[in-house]
Every structure is written in structure tokens, then in C-alpha cells.
Design a protein around this ligand. Structure first.
Ligand code: SF4
Length: 87
């Protein structure tokens, strides 16, 4: 089942470890300057990025894994159906 989620990403605090992009390369892209870009994301305030995504079980599992693998925990995901933060 496809559901909607919000990804919240504090790009300022990203240390460029690359774990997110290794796990979910369709959502995270390592760029020059040693940061990850949130693909299809929007900068909502200085350094803070958001993306609304539709994901099935397999895709959300990978997204959660990518957030969990981030050593500085700068990626968060909200289930837009329940408004609860998953990670
Ligand atoms: S895993 Fe975290 S620190 Fe590493 S590139 Fe991704 S967002 Fe940045």
C-alpha cells in the first residue's frame, strides 16, 4: 500500500558520511562539498529541507533505514496519515 510521508532533513548538520545515499540512492545524492542532497526536496528554511513522498512498504523501509544509518541523525520521517514521527 502506498502512503504519504514527509522527510525532514537538516542539511547544515550533514557530515557527508554517505550512509543515506548508499541505502536509498533514489532519494539521497552525494554532491560536491561533501553533503547529501534530498532528491526532489525543497529548502523550507536555512539548511532545512523537506520532501513529501509517496512510498510503499519496501520504499519506506529503505527510507527509514537510510535515516537510521545517518551517524548524526539529521533525517526524520513523519507518517502523514497519522502525523506521527517514525524516526
Ligand atoms: S547519512 Fe547523514 S551525515 Fe551521512 S550523508 Fe546522509 S545525511 Fe549526511
Amino acid at each position: 500500500m502506498v502512503k504519504k510521508y514527509k522527510i525532514i532533513y537538516n542539511r547544515t548538520e550533514c557530515i557527508g558520511a554517505g550512509a543515506c545515499a548508499a541505502i536509498a540512492p533514489d532519494r539521497w545524492l552525494m554532491v560536491a562539498g561533501g553533503k547529501a542532497d534530498l532528491i526532489d526536496g525543497k529548502e523550507i528554511s536555512a539548511g532545512m529541507w523537506e520532501a513529501i513522498v509517496e512510498a510503499d512498504e519496501k520504499q519506506i523501509k529503505l527510507l527509514i533505514e537510510s535515516a537510521d544509518a545517518c551517524p548524526v541523525k539529521v533525517i526524520h520521517i513523519i507518517d502523514l496519515e497519522t502525523d506521527k514521527q517514525i524516526i
